[in-house]
Ligand binder design. Structure first.
Ligand SMILES: Nc1nc2c(c(=O)[nH]1)N[C@H]1C(S)=C(S)[C@@H](COP(=O)(O)OP(=O)(O)OC[C@H]3O[C@@H](n4cnc5c(=O)[nH]c(N)nc54)[C@H](O)[C@@H]3O)O[C@H]1N2
Ligand SMILES: Nc1nc2c(c(=O)[nH]1)N[C@H]1C(S)=C(S)[C@@H](COP(=O)(O)OP(=O)(O)OC[C@H]3O[C@@H](n4cnc5c(=O)[nH]c(N)nc54)[C@H](O)[C@@H]3O)O[C@H]1N2
Ligand code: SF4
Ligand SMILES: [Mo]
Length: 744
């Protein structure tokens, strides 16, 4: 590989390198609004309404400004909001594109031909609900309510979730667990007795050393984190980035470790070895709080820097130096837990290694490490008791994955397969705000599961791939046209935020709350929806905490004092952790009880064959998954993904910059579309990289159809985490093709 210095030169020219720091975030965002002249019909009447952003799950609170004609002019951050501190990221600023997108779903649809053919007739709301209600009743009477599943990512999940529970099913699942942060939660719960959740409780603001292991903050634009990282850099914090790709974060780092993909576990265990053997760990903290130190010490002796060199390709000296940099900063050090961590199947164990390293450095519960988050306590109106399901989602998975703390989207998809025999079968899906075709790995399996269902109803704003498979499509209005439940997210200080409509719903679209309640009427479950409108419920909730809908409409965000002054542990405090031993478990008794390794072990993962390259993927600052792929404002900034290819590889294949290639994976799957090559030193020679969320196949989305390649299409090998069922997606290898003809 080339040296770090050379890479720095390259990166200073890159657009991605500009996202960070000072006012650049703002400048970029403002620029975005200015390039969209259609919203600038002055003179302006600065009427504003509060919202929180739905473009990603950071849920920043902001203000929607309208002009005198009542048209949305801009969306900006709310200064009182701890998630965004008054600044929106480019995606949030461009959120108005979701409202303006002329390809939106406009009216309820009922499918007329086979699933997947994208052929529908327009229907009335009543017809659509009647269709769904009849099918749900039938599934319930033939297979039990437990045969119904809700897949949801986004605000409407709460209302459809209540409907599901009222019917007698607890199969409520989101892809943000088994395809995203699940292993991290299980790892931190088994180590500290507490998960990380969102926004992450990382105290980046005050950190002196931030270690990013495949977490690409800066391209991963989670707003508050990007801002805090930018401030920490200004204050001189040391950044250590471990990534086979020279990411934006790597370009801001003192140390960039271009690790061989799939070997992070070796590095983590070796860091522990150095920190323990060089006595760099926080002895007092470990003695007071931790369980299993002696076993861990013995366990990591085998993992020396010289051994790790052969595995990770990282120099022993660099491993030692970075371990010492962390220890120097401790306890104000964060070995960041990442977020999308379903990589290689041993992900819970890798995240256990991350958690243990933090424990050795004494960063959990300390300033500049991990703070103790708090949340506003907003009472909910008491609903009648939900019927108890006879069988749970765990039963549907045949009793596997006992340590998973939430339902698995992939697991419930598996349980819908015709061949599924482990537990009870799933026969009906309600899908809200998740494009499962592009979200779950192994598309062929997702489609086979869908084809075997008795019902699939999809609630979405856009004609995404998943809607093409729906029996009934329910068009939701965008977040700018509706109320949603209060945002109550964790943070240093508790806060609540209001979303209210800035404009009337366009077309024949409706909010999810209304849909769930109308369905409840048809299913005789109205008792579970006592409020006719969501705003009545919100007002009731706000009254309980001494506020009101009226007040929140004026302020948007309400911050509240913490109940206790317990952001960090105090000197000499004895803390009771929520683990079996009440201690931070370096040796996990919970994993041991379930028959898993109590301490993480390095195992080797498959490597690409000759002529193949590991497919790795990530985020771009101006897009959120496939959610924004057709957004007119954001496609202006980026309308296709590119394939990062190392110059050495490009030379071998005779590939030139900007040339389009098809990709074929290890299972012979050839990409539907082609992707533009970007020859760059910023990626290792054994891997190629693309941004997730492109390569759309639904023609109804005119701007993004056929643009770029879908990583998901090429992820047919899934490395399942035996502990919690997460779907490791980075064990897929691709080669280049110059056409997409299938061989006979
Ligand atoms: N190959 C691959 N797969 C991945 C990932 C990856 O990087 N690569 N990432 C994984 C991760 S980390 C996650 S969290 C998941 C995310 O997975 P998803 O949440 O499924 O992400 P999206 O693809 O953005 O799908 C969001 C859907 O919600 C719709 N939508 C947007 N706004 C609204 C709204 O207001 N109401 C309703 N009803 N619908 C709305 C969008 O049109 C879109 O269809 O994907 C996981 N899967
Ligand atoms: N702009 C934007 N921001 C987002 C999102 C979005 O869609 N758009 N989605 C949000 C969501 S839901 C999530 S979960 C997060 C995900 O964001 P993160 O959790 O930060 O990152 P990942 O997507 O897991 O990882 C991508 C990085 O891992 C590197 N990588 C690949 N293989 C390896 C390996 O073997 N070892 C190491 N060390 N690194 C490797 C890639 O080169 C890339 O830089 O982003 C969030 N933020
Ligand atoms: S980080 Fe950006 S996209 Fe996500 S909620 Fe905040 S402003 Fe919206
Ligand atoms: Mo995620």
């Amino acid at each position: 590989m080339n040296s770090r210095r050379q890479f720095l030169k390259i990166s200073s020219l890159s657009a991605a390198g500009l996202i960070f720091g000072g006012g650049l975030l703002d400048a970029f965002a403002n620029n975005l609004v200015k390039t969209n002249p259609s919203h600038f019909k002055g003179p302006f009447d600065f009427t504003r309404t509060p919202t929180y952003c739905e473009v990603c799950f950071w849920k920043c609170a902001g203000w929607v400004y309208k002009d005198e004609n009542g048209r949305i002019k801009k969306i900006i951050g709310n200064n009182d909001d701890p998630n965004c501190n008054g600044r929106f990221c480019p995606r949030g600023t461009g959120g108005v594109g979701m409202y303006n997108d002329e390809d939106r779903l406009k009216t309820p649809l009922i499918r007329t031909e086979e699933r997947g053919k994208q052929t529908f007739r327009e229907a009335t709301w009543d017809e659509a609900f009647e269709y769904i209600a009849q099918k749900l009743k039938k599934v319930k009477s033939e297979h039990g309510a437990e045969a119904i599943t809700l897949f949801s990512h986004g605000s409407g999940g709460k209302y459809f979730g209540n409907l599901l529970k009222a019917m007698g099913s607890n199969n409520i699942t989101a892809p943000s667990y088994a395809q995203c942060r699940g292993p991290r939660e299980v790892a931190f719960i088994s180590t500290f007795g507490q998960g990380i959740n969102s926004p992450e409780n990382t105290d980046i603001r005050d950190t002196k050393c931030l270690v990013l292991i495949g977490a690409h903050i800066g391209e991963n634009m989670h707003n508050g984190q990007v801002q805090e990282m930018s401030d920490a850099i200004d204050k001189g914090a040391t950044i250590i980035t471990v990534d086979p790709r020279f990411s934006t974060a790597a370009s801001k780092s003192k140390f960039w470790l271009p690790i061989k993909p799939a070997t992070d576990m070796a590095l983590l265990l070796t860091w522990m070895n150095v920190i323990i053997n060089e006595k760099l760990y926080d002895k007092e903290y470990v003695e007071r709080h931790c369980y299993g130190f002696d076993q861990l010490k013995e366990h990591v002796q085998q993992y020396t820097p010289e051994w790790a060199y052969g595995v990770t390709t990282l120099k022993p000296q660099q491993i030692r130096e970075t371990a010492r940099a962390m220890a120097n900063a401790a306890p104000a050090v964060i070995v960041h837990p990442g977020r999308h961590v379903t990589w290689y199947g041993d992900d819970t164990q890798r995240l256990r290694a991350v958690a243990i390293l933090n424990a050795l450095l004494g960063s959990w519960g300390r300033r500049g490490g991990y703070y103790n988050p708090d949340k506003a306590h907003v009472p909910h109106y008491k609903l009648p008791d939900f019927p108890k399901p006879n069988k749970s989602w765990r039963d549907a998975l045949g009793g596997k994955y006992n340590l998973a703390d939430l339902a698995l989207a992939s697991g419930l998809c598996d349980a819908s397969m015709p061949s599924h025999e482990l537990g009870h079968k799933i026969k009906a899906w309600i899908v809200n705000g998740t494009n499962l075709i592009n979200t779950l790995p192994n598309q062929a399996k997702t489609i086979e599961a869908i084809q075997a269902l008795d019902l699939i109803a999809v609630v979405d704003t856009m004609p995404m791939e998943i809607t093409g498979y729906a029996d009934v499509v329910l068009p939701e209005c965008t977040y700018l046209e509706r109320y949603d439940s209060l945002r109550v997210s964790q943070g240093r200080e508790p806060s609540v935020a209001l979303r209210m409509p800035a404009v009337e719903p366009q077309y024949n679209t409706k909010p999810a709350y209304w849909m769930a309640r109308e369905l409840a009427k048809k299913l005789d479950l109205l008792d579970y929806f006592p409020f006719e409108t969501l705003e009545e419920e919100i007002d009731w909730e706000l009254q309980q905490i001494g506020s009101s809908l009226e007040e929140m409409q004026k302020i948007g965000v309400k911050r509240m004092p913490r109940e206790e002054d317990d952001l960090y542990f105090t000197e000499g405090e004895n803390v009771e952790f929520g683990t079996n031993t009440g201690k931070i478990e370096l040796y996990s008794t919970a994993l041991a009880e379930e028959g898993f390794e109590p301490m993480p072990v390095y195992t080797q993962h498959p490597e690409p064959q000759e002529g193949f390259y590991r497919l790795i993927y990530g985020r771009a600052p101006m897009h959120t998954f496939s959610r924004t792929a057709n957004n007119p404002n954001l496609t202006d900034l980026m309308d296709e993904n590119t394939l990062w290819v190392n110059p050495k590889v490009a030379k071998e294949w005779g590939l030139k910059n900007d040339q389009y290639v098809y990709l074929e994976n290890q299972d012979g799957i050839i990409s539907d579309f082609s992707i533009k090559v970007r020859v760059t030193e910023r990626i290792r020679f054994d891997s190629v990289y693309m941004v997730h969320g492109f390569g759309h196949t639904d023609k109804r989305m005119k701007r993004c159809f056929g643009k770029g390649v879908s990583d998901t299409q090429l992820i047919s090998n899934v490395m399942t985490d035996p502990i919690m069922g997460g779907t490791g997606m980075r064990g897929n290898f691709v080669t280049f093709r110059f056409d997409n003809k299938k061989e006979a």
